[in-house]
Each structure stands twice: as structure tokens, then as C-alpha cells.
Design a protein around this ligand. Structure first.
Ligand SMILES: O=C(O)CCC(=O)C(=O)O
Length: 306
């Protein structure tokens, strides 16, 4: 059964368009300062960008990778894990910790991994990017995450008990509408994507994809980018944004560092479904429901190795 999204009470969401550099310790400290600012503005769910603790690029993944398993990892193995846990508990927020490069010693694989912590600092979920960013646009951009990374194997739904559930996925995952639709039909009220689009696909597709996933699924969509740094090897698009269930952009950053904060309310979800009643108009006699059948919500590789 699909269950329409419910948001049990209003939720202030912040997305932090963070400027990061080569110094991991400095990046973690800066993230802590910015999350504290968002929390003092009343946000209870805070999102950081993709690869917020390192520069973004295949050359950097091994150098910055942390070992997260067995969980919980030690402080030396995974300083970012512990920093995120402390940031969440110090500020009493749900924290979608952007993503970090991960090395799994038992499979010898690298992943692009998001850690989600609760307000008590406990790890709630782990999402490894399912769709790796491999593209070739001649003369513009060629990028192959799969040269170094392996994909994750699950759709990640995270229960925030006082509010309801969100789905977390990473950047290129937003291009795959099935993942979003399955999460929405399982009751997520928001799709949250730490991401780092570029100056070729960003202007064309970033906002379009956020609005597309929102309008398809009639739920909120948040996409959180690093700030643009033209001295870095990868030029992030920026334009962190939050879109409502009618696909209206509630707030959008420009290219530089920024915190955007918006209030999510159940009435907007309900009103959208009432006004445009897609949920009762679907024709599963004509095409299949992608949220039925075999769907993986648990990645076998994420189990703590024996
Ligand atoms: O899909 C795109 O155009 C960009 C994706 C990306 O930058 C990523 O997955 O990190």
C-alpha cells in the first residue's frame, strides 16, 4: 500500500551552502559553526552539501575516505562521523551530513556516503550514492565517479519520529525518478539531496530536476550544494534550493556561501494532493506501480562485518 506523505507538525529546514577547502579539520569546524547558526534560526532539520569535508573529485576520494564499519567507528577512523554526531547533538537537530568519501575495508570499495544523525547524536541512517555520476559531454565535462567509487544498493528512508519520514539520496540520484517515486509512495514528505552539480548541467537541470521530482510526487524537495569555488578543480553550481509540493521554489541561494531556511507544513502537502488528485487517478491497470515488488531498503554491504 502506498501511504501519502504526512508531516505531523511544521518543520523548519535549513540547507547550508558551505564553502569547503582542502583542510578536513577546518571543513568540519566550519560546518559546525554554520549548523549552529541554522539551529539558532530555529531549524530542526539541517542539510549539508555533497562532499562537504573535502574537495569534490575522483582524485580526492581515497585521500579523504573514512572507514565507517564496523559501526560505530573509532574517532581516528572516522573524524567526520564523530563531528557530525556532535554537531547534531550540540544543536539538537536532525542532521543530513551531506556526504563524505567512505572506504569499506571488508569489500575494499569506496563510496560516496551520507550519514544522517538524530538530535541525540545517534546515527539514524546511512545512504551510499546509488547512481554514480558518470557523464561525458564533449568539450564541456567528463566525470567518472565509477573510476573510483562503487554504488550503494538501497533507497534510504529516515524516520524523524516527531515529524514523519524523509528520503535521502545524493546528487546524480535526483535524475532517477523511480527512486523518488518509491520513497514518496512509502510516505516520505521530503526528498533531500546533498548535491554538487556543475556549470554545464547545473544551469540547465538543477532547478528543473528539483521541480520535476516535487511535481511528480507532490512532496517537498531540498537540494544542497557546496558554494562555488573557482579556484577548486570542480566548479560547483551552487543554487541550493527548496521546492514545495506544487514545485514552487521557496528559497534559492546564489553561488556563494549561504544558509537558506524554510518552513515545511503538512497543509501544503494535503492541499496539493486535494487540488491535483494524482494519488487517486493513477492507472496501475495500464502501467505498473514502481513502489511494488522487490525494492531494496537495506544494503547488504552496510551490515557490520562479522
Ligand atoms: O547530474 C549532474 O548533472 C551532476 C551530478 C553530480 O554532480 C553528482 O552526482 O555529483
Amino acid at each position: 500500500m502506498s501511504s501519502p506523505a504526512v508531516l505531523k507538525k511544521p518543520l523548519k529546514l535549513a540547507c547550508i551552502q558551505l564553502a569547503s577547502g582542502a583542510d578536513k579539520t577546518a571543513n568540519l569546524k566550519h560546518a559546525a559553526d554554520q549548523v549552529a547558526k541554522a539551529a539558532s534560526g530555529g531549524s530542526k532539520l539541517v542539510v549539508l552539501p555533497e562532499c562537504f569535508n573535502s574537495p569534490y573529485g575522483t582524485d580526492y576520494f581515497p585521500q579523504y575516505a573514512e572507514t565507517l564499519l564496523p559501526s560505530p567507528p573509532s574517532e581516528e577512523q572516522a573524524p567526520s562521523y564523530h563531528a557530525l554526531s556532535r554537531i547534531a547533538s550540540d544543536n539538537k537537530v536532525y542532521l543530513v551530513g551531506g556526504s563524505i568519501p567512505e572506504f569499506n575495508p571488508s569489500t575494499k570499495k569506496y563510496h560516496n556516503t551520507s550519514l544522517i544523525f538524530g538530535p541525540d547524536g545517534k546515527l539514524l541512517a546511512t545512504h551510499r550514492k546509488v547512481h554514480l555520476f558518470d557523464i561525458d559531454i564533449p568539450g564541456k565535462i567528463s566525470f567518472h565517479e565509477s573510476d573510483v567509487l562503487s554504488p550503494g544498493n538501497q533507497i534510504t528512508l529516515v524516520d524523524l519520529p516527531e515529524y514523519g519520514s524523509i528520503a535521502v539520496a545524493i546528487c546524480y540520484d535526483v535524475r532517477f525518478p523511480e527512486l523518488a517515486t518509491i520513497a514518496a509512495r512509502k510516505g516520505a514528505f521530503a526528498l533531500v539531496y546533498p548535491g554538487a552539480f556543475n556549470l554545464t548541467t547545473g544551469p540547465l537541470h538543477w532547478k528543473l530536476l528539483a521541480q520535476a521530482r516535487a511535481v511528480d510526487n507532490q512532496i517537498y524537495v531540498a537540494m544542497c550544494s557546496p558554494a562555488r569555488d573557482l579556484d577548486a578543480s570542480y566548479h560547483a553550481y551552487g543554487h541550493t534550493l527548496v521546492v514545495d509540493p506544487m514545485a514552487q521554489v521557496l528559497d534559492e541561494a546564489e553561488a556563494g556561501e549561504a544558509i537558506i531556511q524554510v518552513e515545511l507544513v503538512d497543509e501544503k502537502l494535503a492541499e496539493t494532493r486535494r487540488n491535483i488528485a494524482l494519488n487517486t487517478q493513477r492507472r496501475f491497470d495500464v502501467y505498473p506501480d514502481v513502489s511494488k515488488g522487490k525494492i531494496q531498503f537495506e544494503d547488504p554491504d552496510l551490515e557490520t562485518p562479522k
